[in-house]
Every structure is written in structure tokens, then in C-alpha cells.
Design a protein around this ligand. Structure first.
Ligand code: ADP
Ligand code: MG
Length: 292
């Protein structure tokens, strides 16, 4: 390709929905060797749908879903929307939850109809000293299908399981192939379970998976790679991703995501899919040839 100026690159980028903050962001993008991508909302649509509601007690599966969804009315997490929407589709009436509390990266808890309800991952159950070993095998089956499976606890006892699936964006697979051919290593970082993450990564040819990652761990991963001489781009959409975006050589925000993510980024992708990273990389390389 012919070398192009920064102004031309910025203009071409903008036309394609790739907003480049400044010359520095573009220059750094040309030197990146590793791209870390968040799973939910970046590789996937970020619009999970309820697939399973199972009772492990004398409740019906609808009761389990009602308790879970009542609690999730208080949460803005994409998982919460999927559970509430799934309950509404089944025609369930949701009572109000009291004392709602969200535990970042783990789940939610509160009281519904006078009962203590908790919903979340293994770490959430560990927090409440609830033993999950007898259902881990079934959970693993759901996870290996790429689903996010969550425990529902009632009064400190395991009461059921709900699972959701978040479809992969139609453009993700080709974009990852293109990023590979541009010489980049792709690492998935997600707060989701390792099995779920691996099931999603396998079909996409992702090079490395970091799962069960808390928001502060995403930043630590960026710092660790940079400390070992790598040039890192981090792509994400959530409030959770903002610290990692700010620490990366290039922060790439999905324009469909949280404002704070956009503010922390050197590049914003209006289209909200990985094709924008391919475009940004090509523009960056074409520009750098001109600067040098
Ligand atoms: P991600 O990196 O995929 O956005 P989070 O860090 O937000 O993940 O959450 C990690 C895990 O914690 C989720 O996969 C889920 O098991 C649990 N969790 C977080 N928030 C909720 C919630 N509102 N309801 C149920 N589970 C939750
Ligand atoms: Mg996310």
C-alpha cells in the first residue's frame, strides 16, 4: 500500500466508523503485537438470551426463575436483562426485591418475598459458603456449550441453576483471521468461567484465554504484557474495561458500550465489531510508513 498522511488516515477511518483520537494513537497502533479482547459485547453480541432454568430443590423451575429474575430487576448487567426478559417471556410475575446488592464479577443478592436469594458464579457461592460440588458436572456441560451458567441460592441452600447464551457476532470470526494475518496475537479476557470462555474461543481460533478475570485483573494483564516488552491494544465495551483501556498502548472502545470506556480510549469503533480493529491496524501501518 502507498503511505498516507495522518489526516488522510483519520478521514478514512472516520468514514469507516473508526474514530482515531490523535496521531499518537495511530502510531502506537502500528507497533502493537498483542490485542486483548473482552468477550461479552466485544466478541459476542452482548445480548444474551435465557436458555435454561433448572430446579435443584422442591421448587418448580419457574419458581427458580422468578426468584432469580426478581433479583436481577435491580441489576444493569447484560446477564440480568437476559434473565428478566426470559422470565417475562414465560409470563412470570416478578415480585420486588429488597436489600439488593451487586458483587462485581460474582453476582447479586437480596431478599425476595422474605427469603434470602443469591445468584451468581462459583465465586459468589463461595462467598456465601454454599457448596456447589454436586452440580459442577452439570454446570460444566452447560459451560462447554459456551453458555454462562449461574447458581441460584435460597436461604443459603442451592436451589437451582439458570443459564444464558450470548451469540458470537457474525463478523468476529473473519476479523480474527484477518488480525492473525496482520501478525497480531489475540488474547480473550473475560469475567466468565474458563470452560465457557474456552468453548467460545475454540471456534474462533483465539490464541489465549484468560477467564474468571475481575476488572482489576484486566488492567494487571495489560501491565504484565507491557512489562515483558509487548505492545498491547485492549478492546472492550464496559465500565469494567475502562482501567485496562487506559493502561494499554492503545485502548479501543466499542462505541456501542459505556461512555467511560470511550473516554479512556485512543480509538473508538462506532460499528462496535472487530472489523474496525483490522481497519485501524491497516491505516496505522500505511501511515507509519509515511512518518518514518
Ligand atoms: P464479563 O467480563 O463477561 O463482562 P463480569 O465480570 O461482569 O463478566 O461477571 C463475571 C461473572 O460474574 C459472570 O459470568 C456471572 O457468572 C457473574 N455475575 C456478574 N454479574 C452478575 C449478575 N448481575 N447476575 C448474575 N451473575 C452475575
Ligand atoms: Mg463485558
Amino acid at each position: 500500500a502507498t503511505p498516507i498522511s495522518i489526516t488522510t488516515a483519520a478521514g478514512r477511518g472516520a468514514q469507516a466508523g473508526v474514530l482515531i483520537k490523535d496521531a499518537e494513537a495511530l502510531e502506537r497502533m502500528a507497533r502493537v503485537d498483542t490485542v486483548i479482547v473482552d468477550k461479552t459485547g466485544t466478541l459476542t453480541l452482548g445480548k444474551p438470551e435465557l436458555t435454561n432454568a433448572v430446579s435443584l430443590s422442591n421448587l418448580t423451575s419457574d419458581d427458580v426463575l422468578t426468584f432469580a429474575a426478581a433479583l436481577e430487576l435491580g441489576s444493569e448487567h447484560p446477564l440480568a436483562e437476559a434473565i428478566v426478559e426470559g422470565a417475562r417471556e414465560r409470563g412470570l410475575t416478578l415480585p420486588k426485591a429488597l436489600n439488593f446488592e451487586a458483587v462485581t464479577g460474582k453476582g447479586v443478592k437480596g431478599s425476595v418475598e422474605g427469603q434470602q436469594v443469591a445468584l451468581g458464579n462459583t465465586a459468589m457461592m463461595e462467598l456465601l459458603s454454599i457448596d456447589t460440588s454436586k452440580v459442577e458436572a452439570d454446570m460444566n456441560t452447560l459451560r462447554s456449550e459456551g453458555k454462562t451458567a449461574m447458581f441460584v441460592a435460597l436461604e443459603g441452600e442451592l436451589a437451582g441453576v439458570v443459564a444464558v447464551t450470548d451469540p458470537i457476532k457474525p463478523t468476529t470470526s473473519d476479523a480474527i483471521r484477518d488480525l492473525h494475518s496482520l501478525g497480531l496475537r489475540i488474547i480473550m479476557a473475560t469475567g466468565d468461567n474458563l470452560r465457557t470462555a474456552q468453548a467460545v474461543a475454540k471456534d474462533l481460533g483465539i490464541d489465549e484465554v484468560r477467564a474468571d478475570v475481575l476488572p482489576e485483573d484486566k488492567k494487571a494483564l495489560v501491565d504484565e504484557l507491557r512489562a515483558t516488552g509487548h505492545k498491547v491494544a485492549m478492546a472492550g465495551d464496559g465500565v469494567n474495561d475502562a482501567p485496562a483501556l487506559a493502561s494499554a498502548d492503545v485502548g479501543i472502545a466499542m462505541g456501542t458500550g459505556a461512555d467511560v470506556a470511550v473516554e479512556s480510549a485512543g480509538i473508538t469503533l462506532l460499528g462496535g465489531d472487530l472489523v474496525g480493529i483490522v481497519r485501524a491496524r491497516k491505516l496505522a501501518k500505511a501511515t507509519l510508513r509515511n512518518i518514518k
